[in-house]
Design a protein around this ligand. Sequence first.
Ligand code: USQ
Length: 508
Amino acid sequence: MSEPHNAERTCWNCPAAIFRGNVDFRACGQSQEEIKAQLGDEGQIMIECSRRPELGHYEPTITFEECPQWELGDYGYQLKNMRVMILGMDGYLGWTLALKLARQGCEVSGIDNYLRRDSVMEKGAHSIIPIPKMTDRLHAATEKFGVHINFRRMDLRDRQKLAEFIDEVKPEAIVHYAEVPSAPYSMVDMDHAIYTQDNNTLGTLGLLWIMKDIVPESSLIKLGTMGEYGAPLTGRPLFEGMFPADAVLKWKDREWSMGGEITPRDPVSFYHVSKVQDTYNIYEACKYWWLRSYDIMQGVIYGVHTDELAHDDTLRSRFDIDEWFGTVINRFIAQAIAGIPLTIYGAGEQIKGFIALDDAMECMVRLISSPPEPGQYEVVNQVSGLYKLRDIAETVAKVGNEKYGLDVEIQRLENPRVETEEHPFEAVSSKLPNEFGFEQTVPLEKEVDRMFQVLTQPEMKTRIKEKEHTIMPKTTWSGEKKDPEVIERYKPGTKDSDGFEAVLHSEE
Ligand code: USQ
C-alpha cells in the first residue's frame, strides 16, 4: 500500500497547533518554506498544542504519522473526533457530507436556513427524492449510525448567532456550502440577482471576519466552481487557480513571469460572479490574517449514491430537476424517465468538468483531513471527467434504453443562457490525485445507472410526473420569460460528435 497522502504533514497543518513566537506568515503561504529555513535553526517558531498541553512549547515538527491525535482511517490520517462545521447542511451536498463525516468519527455540527427547500418551492417544484424534515433526518442518522449531529437553524448572514455557535463549537474545519448554487436563479430578476450576491458574497465575507476573531486556526473548505474560469476561446488551460511557475506573459517583445498570480476569471452568470468575489475575499483574508483555505473549483455534480445515503431511504439526500436547481445530468435522467426529450441548450458542444457525488465527497474528506498551513490559500479543481453535453445526452439515452427499456429522444433548445457553445477545453486537476490521494471510483455510466435505479421506482416516477412542468427552461439571461424554441429533435446515435476534444491533466 502506498503511504497515506498526509502522513508527512506536520503541526504546521494541524488545527490544534497554536503558533507562538515572532513569525509573520503574511505572504499567503508562498514564502513559508523560506520562513522555516531562516528561522528553523534559531528555534523561533514555537507552538503549543491545544490537544496535548502536556507538551508545553515545542517546534512544529511532529508528523501526523507520529502524533497520537491523528489516526489512520479510510482516507489517510484523520484527526480524532475532528470538529467539523458544515454551513448549508440541509442541501444536496451538505447532508451527504454530514453523514459521511459523522461516520468517519468527526464531531459534526452545522447550520442551514432552508433556503434550498424554500426556493425550490418558489419554483413550484420539489425534491424528486422525498427528504424528511431536519429533525427527522437527525434522528434517522442517530438511529441508523449511532451518530449525533449538532444542528442549528440559522442564516449565514445572522452574524451574531453564527459567531456564537462557532465560539461554542470551536470547529477545526468549516465546510462552506451555504450559498445559492444556481446560475438560472441568479438571472431571474433584480431581486434574485441581488439576493444571490448578498447571501453568497457578504455571507462569506462575514464568515471570514468571524473566523479571524474566533477560530483563526480552523481551515475554511469553501465551495467555488469551475464556472469561475469560463471557457477561454484561446484554449488556454484552466489551471488550479494560479498560473504555474513557468507561465509567461509576452507583450511587445518583453516578457514577465506569471507564476503564482491568480488566473483570469470569466464567470457565466451573476451566481458565478459571486463565487469569483468570494475567491478574492478569501485570498485576501488568508494574506491579511493568516487564515487558511482550500477553495474548491467543483465541476457540475451529479448522482445519488454514497454508502451512507444508500443505507436507508430516510437518509437520502435531495434530488432536483427543475430549471433552476437541477444540474444537467440529474435533469436528463428525470427527462428520460418522464418521456421528455433530453433538453440540450444550444449547440450542445459545450464542454464542462463533472464529478459524481460519491467522488466529490471523498475529495472533501481528504481535503478536510489534510488542512492547509496558516496563511495558505490553495485552489483545487475538483473534477473527475470532462464531457460534451451532447455526449452526456447520448450516455443517458444509452443506459436508459439498454437497461431500463426507455425510448429516449434528444432535443436541442434555443439556449436560454449566454455562454460559449463551441470551445476548446483543457483543464488541470492535479492536486487532488497527487497531493491528496484521490482516485476516481465512479465512472459516468455507473452513476447514471444508479440514478436510473433509484428514480425509476414508482414513487419517484410519480414525483417526477407531478413536477414535469418545472423542467423546461423559462429563465433567460436577457431577463425575458419565455418558452425556448426547439431547434431540432433527434434519436440518440444518429449524430456524429465532432469539434473540440477536451483535455484533462491530472499528472503532477
Ligand atoms: N444545460 C443543458 N440542458 C439543461 C440544463 C443545462 O444543456 O437542461 C447546460 C447548460 O447550458 C450548461 C451546462 O449544461 O452549459 C451545465 O448546466 P448546469 O445547470 O448543470 O450547471 P451550471 O449552471 O453550470 O451550475 C452547476 C451548479 C453550480 C456549480 C456549477 C459547476 O448548479 O452550483 O457551480 O454547476 S460549473 O458548471 O463547473 O461551473
